[in-house]
Structure formats: structure tokens, C-alpha cells
Ligand binder design. Structure first.
Ligand code: PMP
Length: 300
């Protein structure tokens, strides 16, 4: 079945979802996006994703032209048009069509695209066995340059790191910031566990403030883990008891080897396994209902 795409207020078949080559999202990477998941008929952390989208937009002075409520409805409508209950949803808002100069004043209205589809980033086996990841030479953009907190269409920084990971056969790259502290991965946040301490780089390290990162921080608290949001180095990575990554596409995935150093006993750690279990339970029972009439049926 052909997917149905939301394009500037209309739901159209995939084949008709076309945008101009003069769109500044295409010409300059001038725009923002979100990746969102739906599990079991509910959109997980929808309000948080919409909030982050509007914060990214505000930071780059992009007027989306829809209220957050209208955006929420557009997202739900797109998922319903594709009859999905479990989905990966991509919302892209670009500066829109302009001329060949980069001046955004030439772009009169943004282009809004919503895609609802499926995604499987890693094989199930890797969630059980864990990833072998590597640090790479490309450093994460500094927060004082293009702040990584903006989820922008400029992913070249991460793509360069991803190319380096590909060259050495690693499924994901750990990026350091310009000071040499661990920042994040190309599409995920990173956590380590030392004893009962849950440690993750702070926002000012130059990271995207991941929504799954926030969920895992909450889960960690319920498991009695003490949160430390602080800068740390590769030394701390190598000597951690456990390590895992979080992201909308990857969810929570264990890391068992970094730069050839075995983490813990080389298997996903006990806390990591518990966090994965709790995350799945939480994600499957929370979120904005896609088909609200289903809930009414259940209630009555
Ligand atoms: N860091 C980067 C660079 C990302 O692109 C993402 C999203 N894929 C994340 C972290 C994780 O963020 P979230 O949990 O909101 O998906």
C-alpha cells in the first residue's frame, strides 16, 4: 500500500508528495525536524516532541504557521490515514521555497511534511547482545555554534561521524565535544552506570536533549539509581560497569564494547536490562491515543 504523506495541510499519496528544488530545506538544510514513535495505538511523548519542535523553530526564527494543537492533530491525522498503531513518525518543517540566495526572508511560507511509517534501526539480536561502538575523530558541534539542542536539518556533523563509524565497521559512533568530553552518538544519547550512579553528559556538553534520555532518567530514579549529569571522558566510558544508548529510533540499546575495551563483563548489564524492560512497559501503555474511540469502547 502506498503511504499517505501530510504535505502543507493535505494528505497525499507518497508518489505525489513532492517539494520544490528551491526549498531552502534542500538547498541549505534550513529547517528542523522531529522523530516520534507510536506504540500500541498511542503516540509516545507527543507533547514533549511538539514542544521541542517549536523550541527548535523559535531558536532559528522559523514560523511554523500552525499552533502546537494543530500540529498535534496533523500528526494524528497522518498516522490514521496510514492505519497505523505502531509507527515511526517524522515531522519536517523547512524554511520553504526561496531563491538561490540563502536569505530566509525570501521564503514566504514553510514547507511542512509528516511521514508515518515503520523503522527498525538495529536487529533484535543486538538488544540482547549489545553494541560494539567506537569514538570517532569528528567532534560534536559546540553549543555556541549551531547548538545541538536545535534538531535541525543540518546533520552533516553527525553524518561525518557516521561515515567514520562505517569505515571501521561500527554500528554507531560516540562523538566527543571540542574539549574532549563525551557528548553523544550520531543519533542517540549516551549513559554509563557506575555502581548505583547513572551518569550522562549535561545539556551544555553540546547534545540534543533527548526525550528518551528524559524517560530513562525517570526510570533510573524509580530503580534507585542516582543521577549525575556531568562531563566525563573516554576513561570513564572504558571503566564503566554498564553503558547504553537512548533514542526514539533505537529506544534503549546496550553497549558492551567501546574502542575495543570490554564494558563490565561484556554482556548487557543488570540495570540496563531492567531499564529496557521498564522502558518497553512504559512506552506500551502511555501516550496520546491515535484512535480515541477505542478508549471509549474500553471505558464503557
Ligand atoms: N542525539 C541526536 C543527535 C539525535 O538525533 C537523537 C534523536 N535521534 C537523540 C540524541 C535522541 O533523542 P530522542 O530521545 O528525543 O529521540
Amino acid at each position: 500500500m502506498s503511504r499517505k504523506i501530510y504535505l502543507n495541510g493535505e494528505i497525499v499519496p507518497e508518489e505525489e508528495a513532492k517539494i520544490s528544488v528551491f526549498d531552502h530545506g534542500y538547498l541549505y538544510g534550513d529547517g528542523i525536524f522531529e522523530g516520534i514513535r507510536a506504540y500500541n495505538g498511542r503516540v509516545f511523548k507527543l507533547e514533549e516532541h511538539i514542544k521541542r519542535l517549536y523550541q527548535s523553530a523559535k531558536t532559528i526564527m522559523l514560523d511554523i504557521g500552525l499552533t502546537p494543537e494543530e500540529m498535534q492533530e496533523a500528526i494524528l491525522e497522518t498516522i490514521r490515514a496510514n492505519l497505523l498503531r505502531d509507527a515511526y513518525i517524522r515531522v519536517v518543517v523547512s524554511r520553504g521555497v526561496g531563491d538561490l540566495g540563502l536569505n530566509p526572508l525570501k521564503c514566504k511560507k514553510p514547507t511542512i511534511v509528516i511521514i508515518a511509517s515503520e523503522i527498525a534501526l538495529y536487529d533484535q539480536e543486538l538488544y540482547e547482545k549489545g553494541l560494539h561502538v567506537m569514538t570517532v575523530p569528528t567532534r560534536r558541534n559546540g553549543a555556541e555554534m549551531v547548538n545541538p539542542r536545535i534538531k535541525s536539518l543540518n546533520y552533516l556533523n553527525n553524518i561525518m561521524a557516521r561515515i567514520e563509524a562505517n569505515l571501521i565497521g561500527a554500528p554507531e559512533a560516540i562523538m566527543l565535544n571540542n574539549e574532549g568530553y563525551v557528548a553523544e552518538c550520531t543519533g542517540d544519547n549516551i549513559f554509563i552506570i557506575e555502581g548505583d550512579q547513572l551518569i550522562t553528559p549535561p545539556k551544555y556538553a553540546g547534545i540534543l536533549k533527548g526525550i528518551k534520555r528524559e524517560v530513562v532518567i525517570e526510570i533510573g530514579e524509580t530503580l534507585g539509581l542516582k543521577l549525575r549529569e556531568e562531563l566525563f571522558t573516554r576513561y570513564d566510558l572504558y571503566n564503566a560497569d554498564e553503558c547504553f544508548l537512548t533514542g526514539t529510533a533505537a529506544e534503549v540499546i546496550p553497549v558492551v564494547k567501546i574502542d575495543g575495551r570490554v564494558i563490565g563483563d561484556g554482556k548487557p548489564g543488570a540495570y540496563t536490562k531492567k531499564i529496557i524492560e521498564e522502558f518497553r512497559r512504559y512506552a506500551n501503555s502511555n501516550g496520546v491515543p491515535i484512535y480515541p474511540e477505542e478508549d471509549e469502547v474500553k471505558v464503557s
